[in-house]
Ligand binder design. Sequence first.
Ligand code: NAI
Ligand code: AKB
Length: 344
Amino acid sequence: MRTAVLVEPMEFELQDRGRPTLGPDEVLVAIRDVGICGSDVHYYEHGRIGDYVVEDPLVLGHESAGDVVEVGDDVTGLEAGDRVALEPGVPCRRCAHCKRGEYHLCESVEFMATPPHDGAFAEYVAWPADFAYKLPETVSTVEGALCEPLSVGIHAARRGDVGTGDTVLVTGAGPIGLMVAEAARAAGATDVIITDIVPEKLEFARARGVDRAINVAGTDLETAVDEYTDGVGADVVVEASGAEPSIRSTLDGVCRGGTVVLVGLSDEAEVPFDVLEVIDNEIDVHGSFRYANTYSAAIDLLADGVVDVEGMVDFRSSLENVDDAFGRAMEPTVIKGIISFDDD
Ligand SMILES: NC(=O)C1=CN([C@@H]2O[C@H](COP(=O)(O)OP(=O)(O)OC[C@H]3O[C@@H](n4cnc5c(N)ncnc54)[C@H](O)[C@@H]3O)[C@@H](O)[C@H]2O)C=CC1
Ligand SMILES: CC(=O)[C@H](N)C(=O)O
């Protein structure tokens, strides 16, 4: 099977590998679409993300969907011909976190395209059937693949307890920020404000219907949010840029008694944060890491037309053109590229 393997930073090699063997609880999936995530680009450019180092050749891609072509002996509920979205993180199912339903916090989770675990830039993937979600007719495999970043958005909205009538400030209008905006709206937020420093990103977010898009390169965040909220501030701020100044500025945008959710991963582990302000204003600060129990919700939101993820796709590329695709994905105005096996 055709597989794109990252062999060195900035170098993919197309390899012909054997089809994976199928375990009794697994489905064999012919991959159709895989989203290119910022983390894939980071591994491509730098060969590492923090402590995760690409030491051996690695198959990237963790936002994937495709067709079931074979099911293991013990699989029920899925059959050949079903289209599925693959949830990329498979936990141990036995530890305390798994038992509590927080399986994304499982210390033994095996996450696609995170060293040493291969991802989905491959013609076939064998995957545990309970982490393969059947797509209804009306949901495309591109949308199925983008259930992954949408799940990050849904989880962040849940962590912020976003509710009906809330004003939500999302900092960073990349794919994750846009997914958070979609999820917040779906959770009942009536006002969504977004920030960025790239005018095209803000224009794109505006065209998708955010209520206010602020270029924080030239506008003071606190003043702009105060203007919009009559001096109150946002009920929930979701930080989705990972930029240090933006992380610090979350406290300028949130209302007293509000919630800050940190999703963006900063290059630095330590970022100065005004704890006195947190205490004085009773701000709840939550981390948000990946997601758990979100895929069914993501698929329902897509099936009902409540969220739009396909509109974020700038281009589709074949596996053979993976190097070009990553070149394009690195352009600052690009939101989402897809490696599509249908184009072959
Ligand atoms: N916690 C989690 O589970 C996950 C975290 N992430 C992290 O979320 C962050 C966002 O991911 P993507 O959208 O894929 O990244 P991205 O790099 O495509 O988007 C980030 C956006 O933030 C903007 N930005 C930069 N400086 C800014 C500032 N000072 N204020 C406002 N916006 C600013 C950029 O122009 C860009 O549009 C990254 O740090 C990524 O590593 C991604 C997936 C899961
Ligand atoms: C942090 C990432 O971007 C990635 N999606 C992951 O969950 O590891």
